[in-house]
Design a protein around this ligand. Structure first.
Ligand code: GTP
Ligand code: MG
Ligand code: ZN
Ligand code: ZN
Length: 392
């Protein structure tokens, strides 16, 4: 059984034991509750939004699986409410959060790897192509998430500008949360799950400070580790990469740090079984590299299932590329520590941008390559979409 995790603070919670927040509608004769900064929320997520008081249901102690009421009475104003919050960070949760399992996926990668561009393009595909392909009903939760996505899509796809460095002074920002509704077959009801993605600041990885700051990420259900192929040994020189595009941290160091964090947090002595999608970004720049299989640039799978065989082929191609490039230390690091990882090769932009001016190349449009595959693999792993030709 997968544990429930708050999609905002990444703490383990029990979705049948959520707290409530008052809605500010008091019972006649009682004084209305006031909104204020919630200190727990401020501390856990940095959110200063004013909100009504939170409390837990009087029936909180009932042993599971007795039904816990969906609504509760505010102890201060006696108003009724059905709005749930996370007991740890007090962030209001979407109304259907308690109805089914919701995967929380963290993304990590060193500075300049392409995380913000990737998340923007992926999120845009979740709302578009992925939604259609899997006949799901998808929406972004919350004003802040919608605003971030609109801005980011408009900048990259409309304005053809690339993002500035992602700043996170205290190491956190609010994750992007999607509601994903789909029925498993025509007869069944729609089920809602929530997908939470976090765009971390790259400065966390590749530096010694990194390990500590990354700890809060380690409790998630799955990881997308984005690696910069330009951070592989002498590859930048081989492909004649411009100085402006050269990365700061070696890919293998990034992998070692992620492993260290996961190991420590999960307290594992043996192998780490958390699903980890190991994603090489920017593969557009490797188009002419003989070590990378042409498979990566072939058309992607279609249809509303995850194709495990195709997934394995790409995995093997990337693995062979690593070995041929003399980066077998990266592969060795995954083989030695993870039981549940798979390689992916993606490009969010589809072709190299104008690195020096931080924008798309003249005349270029965004045409993503395989960006959705890591997510589709993970959705299949969580049983949210079907798989063919083997296991996810
Ligand atoms: N060739 C190529 N370059 C890319 C692609 N995506 C991003 N880049 C380059 O990588 C740079 C960094 O991208 P970001 O998405 O800002 O990277 P980040 O990982 O969010 O960086 P931080 O926020 O600083 O941690 C961009 O300015 C581009 O130059 C891609 O699909 N192909
Ligand atoms: Mg960024
Ligand atoms: Zn109240
Ligand atoms: Zn929380």
């Amino acid at each position: 059984m997968l544990k429930d995790i708050c999609p905002f603070c990444y703490y383990r919670i029990n979705r049948r034991r959520l707290w409530f927040t008052c809605r500010g509608i008091q019972k006649p004769g009682f004084r209305q509750c006031r909104r204020a900064i919630n200190n727990k929320r401020l501390e856990a997520t940095g959110q200063e939004e004013h909100m009504y008081p939170v409390f837990r249901s009087r029936l909180h102690w009932l042993p599971w699986p007795l039904p816990i009421p969906r609504r509760a009475t505010c102890p201060a104003c006696r108003g009724r409410t059905g709005r749930h919050v996370c007991p740890h960070c007090n962030t209001p949760l979407p109304s259907k959060f308690r109805d089914s399992f919701s995967p929380v996926i963290a993304m990590a990668g060193a500075r300049y790897t392409g995380k913000t561009v990737y998340l923007t393009v992926l999120a845009d595909q979740i709302r578009g192509a992925i939604r259609k392909r899997f006949e799901a009903d998808v929406s972004v939760c919350g004003d802040a998430g919608n605003r971030w996505l609109e801005n980011s899509v408009e900048n990259i796809m409309g304005g053809r500008r690339l993002p500035a460095i992602t700043e996170q002074p205290d190491g956190r920002s609010e994750p992007l949360l999607f509601e994903w509704r789909r029925r498993n077959d025509r007869a069944s009801r729609y089920r809602s799950s929530y997908l939470s993605f976090l765009d971390t600041a790259g400065e966390m990885l590749g530096t010694s400070r990194g390990v500590n700051e990354l700890k809060f990420l380690a409790k998630v259900h799955a990881f997308i580790v984005l690696l910069d192929p330009f951070a592989i040994t002498d590859l930048p020189t081989r492909i004649g990469l411009k100085e402006a595009a050269r990365p700061h941290a070696e890919a293998v160091k990034v992998v070692q740090q992620v492993t260290e964090v996961l190991r420590e947090e999960h307290g594992v002595k043996g192998m780490i079984d958390l699903p980890v999608a190991v994603v090489f970004a920017k593969v557009d720049a490797l188009r002419n590299l003989p070590e990378l299989s042409r498979k990566v640039f072939e058309p992607e799978s279609q249809g509303n299932v995850y194709d495990a065989e195709q997934g394995r082929k790409i995995h093997e191609s990337v693995r062979e590329m690593l070995i041929d490039l003399g980066a077998d230390d990266i592969d060795a690091a995954f083989q030695a520590h993870y039981t549940n990882f798979q390689y992916f090769a993606v490009s969010a932009l589809g072709e190299p941008p104008d690195y020096a001016n931080n924008k798309l190349a003249d005349g270029a449009v965004v045409h993503p390559i395989r960006v959705s595959e890591p997510l589709i693999w993970l959705l299949a792993k969580f049983g949210m979409i079907p798989t063919r030709n083997g296991h996810a």
